[in-house]
Ligand binder design. Structure first.
Ligand SMILES: [Zn+2]
Length: 66
């Protein structure tokens, strides 16, 4: 497992998004405003974490999820 930079999402608002784990390609839905880190359900990697409300993530944002 390699360290990847966390990138804070910009202009996302309050919504659900689907992000793809960079290590195992698992796609997972999360909210853009989180209060605790999000871990991948498959490999346990931390794929998103909160920064003052809006998440920052190591993962690729696949699409908006309704
Ligand atoms: Zn994973």
């Amino acid at each position: 497992m390699t360290d990847r930079p966390f990138v804070k999402l910009k202009n996302v608002g309050n919504k659900f998004i689907k992000i793809k784990c960079p290590d195992c390609s698992n796609e997972q839905i999360t909210f853009t405003k989180i209060s605790s880190p999000v871990t991948c359900m498959i490999c346990g990697n931390t794929i998103a974490r909160p920064t003052g409300g809006t998440l920052e993530t190591t993962s690729e944002v696949v699409e908006d999820a309704i």
